[in-house]
Design a protein around this ligand. Sequence first.
Ligand SMILES: [Zn+2]
Length: 143
Amino acid sequence: MKGENKMLDPICDMTVDPAKAAGKFDFDGTTYYFCSVHCQKLFQTDPAKYLAAADTCMTQMDSRTASPFYETLGFFGPPLAARMNAELGRTYSTSKHLNWVFAPTSDARPGWGSENARWGNYDAYGLMGSTTDSSGYAFSMNS
Ligand SMILES: [Zn+2]
């Protein structure tokens, strides 16, 4: 299947085809692929630092009971949790992060989250925006 062997660059989260990667680096039993020599060099300077930072973020997010997101940052949670679980033996909750992507509200901004309805004649499913303000707005990309 096309795209089946794509990997995420651990520095910039860009999707990388291992056969076309600008570089790769083996660390702690895992091969990491990079979009550029710049990203590879950053990672190689201290790979444990980047993995520790990712663990700190995921541990903090896993400890929350409600979505801390109302824009698109939460979209990175499910693939990062799944990857770290599969490659590093972590046990982050992929279902919690996935459910937050589709949550209609958040701790950070109550009443804002994933749209799960039509707005008049417009399909708003999957957009992020106000789920309680009928005169609000929604968007597809933001951070
Ligand atoms: Zn990169």
